[in-house]
Design a protein around this ligand. Structure first.
Ligand code: 4AD
Ligand code: MG
Length: 433
């Protein structure tokens, strides 16, 4: 059911303007009429407010329009604000003028609908209080991420999304027929970001990544927005510090500036204010020991699944890092540690089982080392000639990471499914609308 929760203006504004006349341009959220009065709840992007149309005080045309209009008809309402303790939001508007801008047709979404139907009419469901709040939070979280990196002296770069070079496994990429040549939708912009650190030093791309994984979980999208910072002269430890600062900043800003949105999702801003560095750091080996104690069947060398992530984080208040993973289950570009079996990398796992939100590592920066690893994992060297080139001319130690922004939104708003963190979710069984 839609709530009548209101986040400030015009309600907040209206309250401050009691007795004054205001004009609201919006949409009809709900309406009913009785005894010569129509009660129209008007919605704009800031909230909803009840507008009362008195038959005796408006023209016949206006009254007829008020009676005929549907939920979601667009309207412009002019009237006087009156405080009313009983009204949702504490104020109402006595309408002096009502203009139905577009009466339209009967809105297809009624009170109780299945999640699948709501996904079919996603283009209309975006008007729900739930998605209005989620999409506003998304926009703010994008803003806070960019603001943090800007303050840290990063340049935003724009990578190509059509590519011949895969970053991770290659097996999970969508193939594209590029005028007869085989190409892919990118699964990560990392390799291109690596090319740009030799000129700009600290860069980030914030772009879609595509994963053709057949994962039907509550945290997988086939198209998601990937924030990928890459830093020259950084090692893994320094990169991890930057990651916890970034995540802490986003949580802090959301808690301080968007209390209304958090309240809508029943999230306590105090919980987000606790997300302060340092985050717990566990080696993969240590994490495996803990998992064993908690009854997991996984053994050294296995990747984590939803269950392992939950076991490790269900009682945590802050995200945790798991670092130094076995080389066999990580990407080719990660340098092997002195132990010969792990690589210099880290995953950040969100608390309460929300799962991995960041994957990052140092990058192999020496030519021979890179070629050896690429051959070991069986990559087609030809497709990576430009990437290999980067190790021939003034190569430097560097590191970077990728943050899945919808995973962060899901965690910070405590959503039960990642689909409500993005306006038009792409899932294995859904590519429309
Ligand atoms: O761990 P991943 O695969 O790492 C990379 O792609 C690196 N090249 C990033 C880098 O170092 N620049 O993906 C990074 C993050 C994950 O931690 C997760 O948050 C998100 O991307 N992610 C997904 N989000 C939604 N749906 C999916 N199917 C995702 N797959 C990964
Ligand atoms: Mg990962």
């Amino acid at each position: 059911m839609l709530s009548y929760y209101v986040n400030g203006i015009p309600i907040g504004k209206a309250l401050g303007e009691a007795g004054k006349e205001v004009t609201i341009k919006g949409w009809i959220h709900r309406k009913r009429s009785s005894g010569g009065k129509a009660f129209i709840i008007v919605r704009d992007r800031t909230g909803t407010i009840q507008c009362i149309v008195d038959k005796s005080k408006v023209s016949e045309n206006e009254w007829n329009d008020a009676e005929k209009a549907y939920n979601e008809s667009s309207v412009i309402v002019r009237g006087a604000v009156r405080k009313d303790e009983r009204a949702p939001g504490g104020a109402e508007i006595d309408v002096k003028e009502l203009r139905v801008v577009h009466i339209g047709e009967q809105f297809p979404i009624t009170e109780y609908q299945s999640p699948e139907f709501l996904l079919d009419v996603r283009h209309l469901w975006l008007r729900s209080q739930r998605l209005i709040n989620a999409m506003q939070a998304r926009s703010y979280i994008f803003r806070y991420a960019r603001k943090f990196l800007d303050k840290k002296g990063f340049y935003e770069i724009t990578p190509p999304l059509l590519t011949k070079a895969g970053g991770e496994t290659g097996a999970s990429m969508f193939e594209v027929d590029y005028f007869g040549e085989k190409a892919y939708l990118t699964e990560s912009s990392q390799l291109y970001a690596e090319a740009m650190i030799s000129s700009l030093e600290k860069v980030y791309s914030f772009a879609p990544s595509y994963r053709a994984e057949k994962s039907r979980t509550t945290k997988h999208l086939t198209e998601y927005w990937h924030l990928e910072p890459e830093m020259a002269y950084f090692n893994n430890a320094k990169s991890m510090k930057l990651q916890e600062q970034l995540v802490s900043y986003m949580a802090d800003q959301l808690a301080k500036n968007n209390e209304d949105i958090l309240k809508f999702f029943n999230v306590n801003p105090q919980d987000l204010l606790k997300i302060k560095p340092p985050f717990k750091r566990l080696t993969y080996e240590k994490a495996m020991e803990l998992l064993k104690e908690k009854g997991s069947e996984k053994k050294y060398g296995d990747d984590f699944g939803v269950e392992e992530e939950r076991l490790l984080t269900e009682h945590e208040e802050k995200p945790i890092f798991v670092y130094n993973w076995p080389k066999e289950i990580k990407a080719f570009y990660m340098p092997v540690n002195k132990d010969g079996k792990t690589v210099a990398c880290a995953d950040m796992l969100a608390p309460k089982g929300h799962g991995e939100i960041i994957g990052g590592s140092e990058r192999i920066w020496k030519l021979d080392e890179l070629l050896t690893r690429m051959k070991e994992v069986g990559l087609n060297i030809e497709n990576y000639s430009w990437y290999i080139d980067l190790r021939k001319y003034g190569s430097v130690p560097h590191a970077g990471f990728g943050l899945g922004i919808e995973r962060v939104i899901k965690w910070m708003l405590n959503l039960d499914h990642i689909r409500d963190a993005i306006p038009f979710p792409r899932l294995i069984n859904r590519i429309a609308p």
